[in-house]
Design a protein around this ligand. Sequence first.
Ligand code: NAP
Length: 461
Amino acid sequence: MDTSWGIAVIGSGPAGFYVTGELFRQQSWEIKVDMFDRLPTPFGLVRGGVAPDHQKIKSVTKIYNRIAENPNFRFFGNVEFGSDLYQSDLLKHYDAVIYSVGSSSDRALGIPGEDLEGSHSATEFVGWYNGHPDFREYKFDLSVKNAFVIGMGNVALDVARILAKSPEELAATDITDYALEALRKSQIENIWLVGRRGPLQAAFTPVEVREFLELNDADVMLEGGSLELDEESQKILETEASKDTKKNIEILTQISLKKLSRKKKRVHFLFLASPLEISGDGKVEKISMVLNQLVKQDDGSLRPQATENKIEEDAGLIFRSIGYLGKPLADLPFDQKSGTIPNESGQVKDPENGNSLRNREYVAGWIKRGPSGVIGTNKQDAVETVHRMLETFLAEKMEAGQNVVLPDIVSLLESRKVDYVSFADWKLLDAHETEAGEAQGRPRLKLTSNTEMLKIIHQKR
Ligand code: NAP
């Protein structure tokens, strides 16, 4: 009996690679993985999301490259689920499918003026400076003086830091040329980070916030002066606060004590404030905010509650950075509120069908659990999904001893004239980008349009 099984993985970000790695670790049967991505390039947010000045984080791709070297692995880039390939195709060609498509949309604030010119999502800005093909054409008016970033997570810090860094600090990174050029001309003087809760509840992590103490071109300050915690937060700090939270408080205290040295720019940390309205004549000119107090909930958490105090500030650019959100996939159930595909330990379930479990469909990463955790969090998440799959579907099939030879996907893609990109093709593009980067002392010069990427691949094949 042939004991090899074919699994399709949709999405080539960290979650997709960690499930693939876990599948290849299985000794009892041979598993073949075909990974699909709608972009010609693999690695998802590692390429399109991780900040360009965080190159060390990107070295995680070495692990993914090793996984891709497995002879049972094939990559099909430039293949879009829902237009080039459908769920029904996958179920015909594979034993099971794992969706690891991440969270490509973002949450809105839902306040007046949010759609004015100059108000953007962090997702758009991050995609733009990282050369994600979907965002390369976006325009950001960096000729303004005041930028506001709403949210206190690591993405908000990335956006604020990229705005605050000097062109020299960014020049050695793989930020796209057009973004570097635009940032070189930036007139931004003030970058505000606005958190609706207090310093203790900040979602960022210590390594990331510490970087603000060392910016060449920007001073950093805590609005309101000294770091003061409300009584409940102080109690939490002294009792159950995590190591990271304690470190955050230490660093924020250092920020509050730091002397301002008249650098070109200034980063303002503003806690306990929520935007109420963005206003302006056709474009962003002002932001009004309400100051909050924290109120203890029945579950012990501290939530923001508006006070009577409001403030208004001049603003030219606003980035909302209040969390990513998953998008629905054709023929799969979807939970609008959490932006995830409903699942039980990674096995897709249909809430509209009595929560019945789908035996051949699984999820991993942010589309499974929502946009939380760091890259490494997806490793454990992948283990859970793969083991769930092995316990249910694959084990069942092994026992039954059935194994139908499934048709190869390549014929289908060719019949549909899909110009797919293999991993070897990507390596050609990768070499092209890194060689171009080396000439300028940079990690790589990214190509940002699918057409340009495919052109280089066709030339080099
Ligand atoms: P996040 O960590 O969930 O932070 C979201 C922030 O938005 C929180 O401060 C949250 O405040 C705030 N927020 C949510 N709804 C809001 C509203 N309606 N009004 C005002 N503020 C609101 O999300 P993220 O920054 O997008 O990051 C996503 C994940 O990627 C995180 O796990 C993050 O650590 C990770 N990441 C890591 C790195 C890194 O390691 N260097 C870099 C980037 C991203 P509340 O707490 O009050 O809800």
